[in-house]
Each structure stands twice: as structure tokens, then as C-alpha cells.
Design a protein around this ligand. Structure first.
Ligand SMILES: NC(=O)c1ccc[n+]([C@@H]2O[C@H](COP(=O)([O-])OP(=O)(O)OC[C@H]3O[C@@H](n4cnc5c(N)ncnc54)[C@H](OP(=O)(O)O)[C@@H]3O)[C@@H](O)[C@H]2O)c1
Ligand SMILES: [Zn+2]
Length: 353
């Protein structure tokens, strides 16, 4: 098994941690000897053992063979976080060769893990499937490189380009655009991001729950941008669990949500992303409505967009946003079409679903 094949396995293992490792990165590790995989592991949850530790635990107590290679998707850590440094463990266990996918962007690590291993006489090969490893941990990397969460925009549009149908509404509640199979996919998307953000008028009109229901997975932090305080206290987003963060301009009484106040004159998107970053929220799924999405697009403050086109025709309503670039990938989901957009080059085979 060559380094690239072993790294592919690491990436696949790492994805098992999607949705549960945040604010940490997803990481996978395999110990290989020639064509044999001796052991494998991945980082399962924040606060739990790192991938290298899991892998060596799975290998057991015996001596690591001299020709065994530890392959890991992210540079091993050198700092004492919630667990002791992995570099120390690799050295102590007598690992002679380490293969690394990409560098850790955390300034506490950033190349020092590799230096430390080399200083201990370990052979280190770097940059194996680097682009795929960076893509795997794009949320974590964006947080360190851009000091903000990774932003994923998502909306569903009618075939004639509307987010909703104006007028003739029978009370609150969303109008169906996507098919049931797509709802399952959208709930998987929710479970993979740390937060989910909606605009005030979306809460007023649609009263969404913003929870993960069609798949098993963690609920993201629910976030509502409502500076004017127009969202009703009885909205589903304020039902207490999972937690909700209300971004507003004046404290509101009787709302079951944490509140973060935007100062007058402060940009609401900057204020929101700054507060999420402060909370170590590594990614946010922006689920509309039109105006909120428009502001993210106008500011260029997004990394990915996922657009669902259903088969309904609305004729009139809130126009769906448009993006100034072509989709990098499109696929069918039941009767719907899904278009994926990214601001950076996405390796082809790394869309996990
Ligand atoms: N098909 C879909 O995927 C989908 C998804 C969601 C919603 N919808 C539909 O969309 C409709 C609501 O959309 P909408 O466009 O009317 O409202 P909206 O986007 O839900 O709400 C307007 C948002 O824009 C924000 N905003 C105002 N000025 C801003 C600025 N300068 N920078 C950043 N943000 C700013 C507002 O914040 P402040 O209140 O703090 O000013 C508010 O959160 C609903 O009827 C719903 O059915 C469809
Ligand atoms: Zn570690």
C-alpha cells in the first residue's frame, strides 16, 4: 500500500467524526506495514483521543515494527490540549516513519509537530493528498486562517427561480419545494455543521424548527439574526432545546435564547460571524431567506453554496439568489436537482454524501 492509498483510507476514517469533533478537526490515522493495515483509528469526539492515539490503542501494547508507517491526515499535535501531545506518543512508541496529509493551521502546532518528530530521528513525509486533507478539514482551517466560521449557503428554489410564493399563504409554515429524499440530505447537512443561521422574516413566515430530524446526528446551534425584534417569542426556534442564539440590537425579555447585542453601526454579518468564531463555532449553514443570503453573497462572505431546484412553479415570490460562478458539481436527488458551488477548488471525490 503506498502513501496515497493509505491516506485515502485515513480521509475515509476521519469522516466518521463529521458533526461530532467540532471545534476540533476530523482526523484519521492508519498504521501500515507493506500491504498490511496493522491498525486504524479516527478522532471521534472533541475532548476524546486523537486519531493517532486511537490507532495505536487499536494496535495494542506490543512493539511497533521498525518498518511500520504511521499515516495521518493532519500533522500530529505538539501542544498539551485536552489530551497529551501525539508527537510524544509516536516517539515513545518507537514509530520510525510518519506520513502527514496537511499541516495543522493552529499556530500552536503549524509545522512544529513535524519538526519535533524529525528532531527525534523519525522520517516524516509530508503533503500526501494534501488538497484532499485540507478539504476534509476546511471548516477548521478556515477558522484559523480567516478568523471566522466556514460559511455554507443553502436554499431551495422553484423551477422558475423563487424561494417562496407570495400572497395566498394559509398561515405560517414553509411551502414545499424539495422532495422527501432531499429533506433527508438537508438534515445530514445540518448535522455536519456547527451552527445554522436564518433571517428574521424566515422565522416570522416559516416558523422553522432548524433541528436534525430525518437522520441521527447532532443538532447545530440555532442562530437568528433579528435586530428589530420582530420574531415571535412563541416561534419553534425559541422552544428551548437545542439552544438558540438571537443576534439582536436590544435585549428582549421572555425569549428562550441567549442574546448577543449588535452595536449600532456594526455590520450584522461581521457581528454574527465574530460572535460565532469567539464561541469556536467552526461552520455555519445559512438557510435563508433571500435578503440574508443576498448580503452574504454581496460581501463575498461564503465558502460553499448548495442549491436545490424542485419541480414546483411559483410564478411570483421572493426571488432566489444568483451566484456569479458556475456549479462545480450537479446531481439529481429524487425529482430535484442539486447544484454545489465552492469558492476554492474542491477535490472531486470528496463530497461525502
Ligand atoms: N426556499 C428557501 O430555501 C427558503 C429558505 C428560507 C426562507 N425562505 C423564504 O424567504 C422568505 C423570507 O426571506 P426574506 O428575504 O423576506 O427575509 P430574511 O432573509 O429571512 O430576513 C431578512 C434578513 O436580512 C437581514 N438584513 C437586513 N439588512 C442586512 C444587512 N445590511 N446585512 C446583513 N443582513 C441584513 C435582516 O436582519 P435584521 O432583521 O437584523 O435587519 C434579516 O435577518 C420567507 O417567506 C421564506 O418562506 C425560503
Ligand atoms: Zn494529537
Amino acid at each position: 500500500m503506498d502513501d496515497a492509498q493509505a491516506m485515502q483510507r485515513c480521509i475515509r476514517l476521519a469522516r466518521n467524526g463529521a458533526g461530532s469533533v467540532q471545534p476540533n478537526p476530523m482526523v484519521g490515522a492508519v498504521l501500515v506495514q507493506g500491504d498490511r493495515v496493522l491498525a486504524e483509528g479516527w478522532h471521534r469526539a472533541a475532548g476524546g483521543p486523537h486519531a493517532e492515539v486511537e490507532c495505536l490503542r487499536a494496535f495494542g501494547e506490543g512493539p511497533v515494527p521498525a518498518d511500520a508507517v504511521m499515516v495521518v491526515s493532519l500533522e500530529p499535535c505538539v501542544h498539551h490540549g485536552r489530551t497529551p501531545p501525539c508527537t510524544d506518543l509516536l516517539i515513545a512508541r518507537g514509530v520510525r516513519t510518519v506520513v502527514v496529509g496537511c499541516l495543522d493551521p493552529n499556530p500552536l502546532v503549524a509545522g512544529r509537530g513535524i519538526e519535533r518528530l524529525r528532531a527525534a530521528g523519525i522520517e516524516v513525509r509530508t503533503g500526501v493528498r494534501e488538497a484532499e486533507c485540507r478539504w476534509l478539514d476546511r471548516r477548521f482551517i478556515t477558522a484559523f486562517e480567516q478568523q471566522r466560521p466556514y460559511v455554507v449557503l443553502k436554499w431551495a428554489r422553484s423551477i422558475d427561480g423563487f424561494l417562496d410564493r407570495s400572497g395566498s399563504r394559509e398561515g405560517r409554515g414553509p411551502q414545499r419545494i424539495s422532495s422527501p429524499g432531499t429533506d433527508v440530505l438537508v438534515h445530514r447537512w445540518r448535522s455536519e455543521e456547527a451552527a445554522i443561521l436564518v433571517g428574521a422574516r424566515t422565522v416570522v413566515n416559516d416558523d422553522p424548527h432548524l433541528t436534525v430530524r430525518h437522520v441521527s446526528g447532532r443538532d447545530p446551534l440555532r442562530v437568528v439574526l433579528d435586530r428589530q425584534g420582530i420574531t415571535p417569542a412563541a416561534s419553534h426556534v425559541y422552544d428551548g432545546a437545542p439552544p438558540t442564539l438571537l443576534i439582536t440590537s436590544a435585549q428582549r425579555a421572555g425569549i428562550a435564547a441567549e442574546q448577543h447585542l449588535v452595536a449600532p453601526g456594526d455590520d450584522p454579518l461581521d457581528a454574527t460571524l465574530r460572535e460565532l468564531h469567539r464561541r469556536e463555532v467552526r461552520s455555519v449553514l445559512v438557510e435563508g431567506g433571500g435578503e440574508l443570503l443576498h448580503h452574504f453573497i454581496r460581501r463575498g462572505l461564503w465558502d460553499e453554496a448548495r442549491v436545490i431546484t424542485g419541480t414546483v412553479t411559483f410564478g411570483a415570490g421572493t426571488p432566489a439568489p444568483t451566484l456569479p460562478l458556475a456549479p462545480c458539481r450537479s446531481f439529481a436527488s429524487g425529482t430535484d436537482r442539486i447544484d454545489l458551488f465552492t469558492r476554492t477548488d474542491a477535490p472531486d471525490d470528496t463530497w461525502a454524501w
